[in-house]
Design a protein around this ligand. Structure first.
Ligand code: FES
Length: 118
């Protein structure tokens, strides 16, 4: 798959989970199709910060403004963003960050059999 396609695979580094996401939808919408607990349903407009992620590989396009209270300009330069406000432009790898970490990992059983108690 390359950056000319419109449907991309997104990998969550901490869990190894993968989901498909279109270049016309937010990462949060694609992530929601994992259909599991811990994926936040927040404001969906970049204001609450509950869907914070760090992009590790790949490119995204902004779908709208994000609150600087939740992602500072310096953080954005190091890959942080809000999953509800960006769409993939390429295959991506990301990390769940900020407020989303606690609900996302609570009770999650990693491939090693380890259960998160965070
Ligand atoms: S859901 Fe509120 S900032 Fe993304």
């Amino acid at each position: 798959m390359n950056c000319m396609d419109s449907e991309f695979q997104v990998t969550i580094r901490q869990t190894g989970e993968r989901f498909s996401c279109s270049s016309k939808e937010s990462l949060l919408a694609g992530m929601a199709r994992l259909g599991r607990r811990g994926i936040p349903v927040g404001c969906l407009n970049g204001g609450c910060g509950v869907c914070k992620v760090r992009l590790l590989r790949g490119k995204v396009q902004k779908l709208g403004p994000i609150s600087r209270a939740h992602v500072t300009a310096d953080e954005e330069l190091t890959g942080y963003s809000l999953a509800c406000r960006v769409a993939p432009q390429c295959e991506l790898e990301l990390e769940v960050a900020g407020k989303m970490q606690k609900p996302f990992f609570k009770g999650f059983v990693f491939r090693t059999g380890q259960v998160s108690t965070k």
